[in-house]
Design a protein around this ligand. Structure first.
Ligand code: 13P
Length: 246
């Protein structure tokens, strides 16, 4: 069965002091639950030092190359050496603002796997694609490209995040039915790319304006295994409510 998980994506937010306070507040309210937080590169070391075993730490990006003359880039080995267990790959903000494409996304996933870091693989359509009705073939293309050359063993533990671009940071969430349709489609696609076991085991989480007020309905859907939360993950109370909803 797929693992249920709520993941925070802090994006380019928080100073180091704010990050420390946020982690302290999360630890205080988490109870028996667990979560993953994907923090800015600069915070990985400090955050890793203060979390306990209920909070796994991840990054939000990595370089597609192994090492060498790539000024300003961060490698999967560097992330691993700081204790990062997860990494967000192919977020629409990186595809839009930093020219990432299906090819770089695939290369980054392979780099993450080489360092035993679990990729959180993002996909999702623009508003134009949603309105044109062509969103499912588009998402199929993104996932096939992302998982090209990724074997079953590596795929099994990977996480897919469906994040419709029109729902990110807009306050407009996909309805539970809209999200479930795409999640079921992705699960079916994983079945055809791999097999039943892989499709059932892989977590497919939803992202896009997830809040305490809409989390429960989303999580009730059969193929929604959790959430990738942006804005609301920066507020401990909101984020903890979303985790509790799961
Ligand atoms: P919001 O929750 O702020 O819409 O962001 C979603 C997201 O992009 C998570 O990766």
């Amino acid at each position: 069965m797929s693992k249920k998980v709520v993941i925070g994506n802090w994006k380019m937010n928080t100073t180091i002091d704010e990050a420390i306070n946020l982690v302290i507040d999360l630890k205080e309210g988490l109870g028996d639950n667990s979560t993953i937080i994907c923090v800015p590169y600069t915070h990985l070391g400090v955050v890793q030092e203060i979390v306990d075993d209920r909070i796994a730490v991840g990054a939000q990006n990595l370089c597609q190359y192994e090492n060498g003359a790539y000024t300003g880039e961060i490698s999967s080995q560097m992330l691993q050496s700081l204790g990062a267990e997860f990494v967000v790959i192919g977020h629409s903000e990186r595809r839009t603002h930093f020219n990432e494409n299906d090819e770089t996304v695939n290369a980054k996933i392979k780099q993450a796997l080489l360092s035993d870091i679990v990729p959180i693989i993002c996909c999702g359509e623009s508003l134009n694609l949603r309105q044109s009705g062509e969103y499912l073939p588009f998402i199929e293309g993104q996932i096939k490209a992302a998982l090209g050359g990724v074997d079953k063993k590596a795929a099994l533990d990977s996480i897919i995040a469906y994040e419709p671009i029109w729902a990110i940071g807009t306050g407009e969430t996909a309805s539970a039915d809209q999200a479930q349709e795409v999640h079921a489609f992705i699960r079916k696609l994983l079945r055809s790319l791999y097999d039943e076991e892989t499709a059932n085991h892989m977590s497919i989480v939803y992202g896009g304006s997830v809040k305490p007020s809409n989390a429960t309905e989303l999580f009730q859907q059969k193929d929604i295994d959790g959430a990738l939360v942006g804005g609301a993950s920066l507020n401990a109370s909101d984020f903890l409510q979303i985790i509790n909803a799961l």
